[in-house]
Design a binder for this molecule. Structure first.
Ligand SMILES: [Zn+2]
Length: 115
C-alpha cells in the first residue's frame, strides 16, 4: 500500500524495503516482524542517503493515534534533516542531557502538542 503526504511517501505491507533504491532486502512487513520495536523506518537511497519514503511496519498500526503522530513526525525529521543518526537529529533540535536520543526526539515531538 502507498500513501502520499506532500512529498513524503508512506509504504506498508508487501512494499519492498528497497523501494527508494537502498540495500535493505525484504518487505516492510518482514522488516517490522524482525524488528518489533520499529514502528516506522525511513528508507535508504542507492547513495545511502535517507529518502522521502517511509515504511510503516505492522507495529505502527497497533500504536494509538498520539503514538502514530509521533512516529510520523519522527520519520519526517529523519527524511527532512537527512539525519541517519538520532544523535544528529537531537543535536539539530538543540536537545542535550538525554540517555536515548530517539526517545528524546519523541518526547520533544510530544511536548510540541502540549504547549
Ligand atoms: Zn528514528
Amino acid at each position: 500500500m502507498e500513501a502520499y503526504v506532500g512529498n513524503m511517501v508512506f509504504l506498508s505491507g508487501d512494499a519492498p524495503m528497497n523501494s527508494a533504491g537502498g540495500p535493505t532486502s525484504g518487505t516492510v512487513t518482514s522488516y517490522g516482524s524482525a524488528n518489533s520495536s520499529v514502528f516506522g523506518v525511513t528508507l535508504w537511497t542507492a547513495n545511502l542517503t535517507l529518502s522521502n519514503m517511509v515504511g510503516l511496519t505492522n507495529n505502527f498500526f497497533y500504536e494509538n493515534l498520539n503514538q502514530q503522530r509521533v512516529t510520523l513526525i519522527h520519520e519526517f525529521l529523519h527524511s527532512y534533516l537527512k539525519g541517519a543518526s538520532h544523535e544528529s537529529i537531537a543535536n539539530k533540535l538543540g536537545l542535550s542531557g538525554y540517555n536515548n536520543a530517539s526517545d528524546a526526539i519523541d518526547t520533544w515531538i510530544s511536548n510540541c502538542y502540549k504547549n
